[in-house]
Ligand binder design. Sequence first.
Ligand SMILES: C[S@@+](CC[C@H](N)C(=O)[O-])C[C@H]1O[C@@H](n2cnc3c(N)ncnc32)[C@H](O)[C@@H]1O
Length: 233
Amino acid sequence: MKDIFGKALLDYHQGNYTEDLITSTNISEEDELPLPYLFRTYKAMPKLEQKALKLAKGNVLDVGCGSGCHSLYLQEKGLNVKAIDVSPGAVEVAQQRGVKHVALLAVLEETQQFDTILLLMNGTGIFQDLSQVGTYLTHLKTLLNKQGQILIDSSDIAYMYEDDDGGLWVDTNADYYGELDYFLSYKNEDELPMKWLYMDFNTLYTACKAVGLNCDLVMEGEHFDYLAKLTLA
Ligand SMILES: C[S@@+](CC[C@H](N)C(=O)[O-])C[C@H]1O[C@@H](n2cnc3c(N)ncnc32)[C@H](O)[C@@H]1O
């Protein structure tokens, strides 16, 4: 990883905002990811994220914290938050913005237990592909206190395969349609290609049941997105 994402966060945080991140996938054209969005306040967050923050309680783990926008809000509300990320730039920014407990750590390396685990802004993305979902969910289970909850958002991206007539062109012999190759660039530098997973609710539900987690639909968003709550079965 070249940490293009972290470099962009650092630039924005240090007042050097001149351009946005550019994203694209194997099934979609280039698109801008505005840096200010990665520093969004509670008011600017999608309803799904606001709902997740309202439900958060106890000791919280913010997985893939980015700039720390969710962690900072919960910290200010008096919750005890640990924020982790694999991006050195993100960790530095979250620290500098005042998140008290930040660690450069992949979620599979985390070992503490929590009352709430947050995975937000397509939280299933870090699972990378369907074959790894069981490994991630099984590990996340070990990080949950008895009455704990995992709050995770994702989207059903079947709509991205719609043609102009409203028909779907999903290749049913191919891998799961939510598995994408994701490309990120910033200031003419390309990040190494990543795998990024979107999961429709039913697929997440089935994967949760397979590892002994309950999976409840908390809320649906405006564009095929949803927030789910996972608890120990
Ligand atoms: C889409 S960004 C979301 C950032 C932040 N949660 C937000 O909503 O603005 C995903 C974040 O997850 C981090 N990440 C990716 N894989 C990870 C892993 N295995 N463990 C922890 N963090 C990870 C990335 O570095 C990135 O900061």
